[in-house]
Design a protein around this ligand. Structure first.
Ligand SMILES: C[S@@+](CC[C@H](N)C(=O)[O-])C[C@H]1O[C@@H](n2cnc3c(N)ncnc32)[C@H](O)[C@@H]1O
Length: 307
């Protein structure tokens, strides 16, 4: 009986189209599930190298990692970067203030006086509220200053990290635009006010009130590309994984993605929803197109080397 009803219903073109769409979505869902399982299997096989834990809420605390990663990119500084295992972060030696070292090749410790001014500075002095260590700010400034394309910031809040990006864009004098995205309209309004109070002339900054994953999907469809993506929105596993899986589709080859709070101790607390470390590792460490470029402040840097 059910079969006959289905056959009759399918004679109606609109029902047939709906049926096709549902089937396509079902297949896509199954493909993504298999892809995800494959990734986890690959990751499991590499646990011994990286000494990392996956998205599970329990963590093996029995192994220290002295894993050193050679950042083999001829246009970047020649540095061995430490990969921090979960246990090293939990033991808090590296939970948030890993020193700043340059990624790009330039003379001296800092790019200019403006860059230097972030060293050891309490960023709250800017009058904009937010959470950013001097080491994070130094890295955000450097990556914005040398960015090879437009910049995308996910997580505007009240504009603290954006103020660093804007300062770098003004100083670099390049014609680079910045999109910043947040779900919160109220804090975004405060960010717009705070940033225009701080700078007389603004570079090309666009504020978007949107979910970061929806924003990324729309930008992917529009084939928009960025030179640098700063990720500081929605620190749970699902949102961070969804974001990290999309950065490769939005970066120019050689572009960078910087993930804030990667070494935040809350990633390993059973009472916190933070899982940035696990989600970023699951998405990017098994992706051969990404080069791990180290941790600065509490942020992890990955370079996209794809097509
Ligand atoms: C830690 S704050 C960002 C801090 C900011 N980068 C700074 O330097 O001050 C995180 C922001 O992400 C936003 N957020 C959380 N989930 C989001 C999502 N799925 N899409 C877009 N924004 C999101 C929150 O509204 C919040 O303003």
């Amino acid at each position: 009986m059910g079969n006959i009803i289905t056959k009759v219903a399918l004679l109606i073109p609109q029902v047939r189209r709906l049926y096709q769409i549902i089937n396509e979505l079902r297949n896509e869902n199954e493909r993504m599930r298999l892809d995800y399982e494959n990734r986890l299997m690959t990751l499991e096989s590499r646990l011994a190298d990286y000494s990392i834990s996956t998205c599970d809420s329990t963590y093996p605390l029995d192994r220290e990692s002295s894993y050193k990663i050679k950042v083999d990119q001829s246009d970047l500084t020649n540095l061995d970067q430490s990969f921090f295992s979960a246990v090293q972060i939990i033991n808090s030696a590296h939970s948030g203030n890993t020193p700043f070292v340059p990624t790009y090749k330039y003379e001296g410790e800092y790019i200019n006086e403006s860059h230097k001014s972030y060293a050891g500075r309490t960023l709250m002095e800017t009058g904009i509220a937010g959470w950013l260590s001097p080491e994070d700010a130094l890295k955000i400034y450097e990556l914005s200053f040398y960015s090879s394309g437009d910049i995308l910031e996910l997580g505007t809040y009240k504009g603290l990290s954006l103020s660093v990006i804007v300062q770098a864009l003004k100083d670099s004098d390049l014609n680079i635009a910045c999109d910043t995205v947040d779900t919160n309209a109220e804090t975004t309004r405060e960010a717009e006010e705070g940033i225009s109070d701080l700078f007389n002339i603004l570079p090309d900054v666009s504020f978007h009130i949107n979910n970061c994953v929806l924003f990324m999907d729309t930008a992917i469809i529009q084939k928009i590309k960025y030179g640098f993506i700063f990720v500081d929105a929605g620190h749970g596993y699902k949102n961070t994984y969804a974001t990290a899986m999309r950065v490769g589709k939005l970066l120019v080859p050689g572009g960078f993605a910087l993930f804030h709070d990667y070494t935040d101790g809350r990633n390993f607390s059973k009472t916190s929803y933070y899982r940035v470390y696990q989600a970023v590792n699951d998405a990017l460490l098994v992706d051969g197109r990404f080069v791990y470029c180290g941790v600065f402040g509490c942020s992890a840097l990955f370079r996209y080397t794809g097509e």
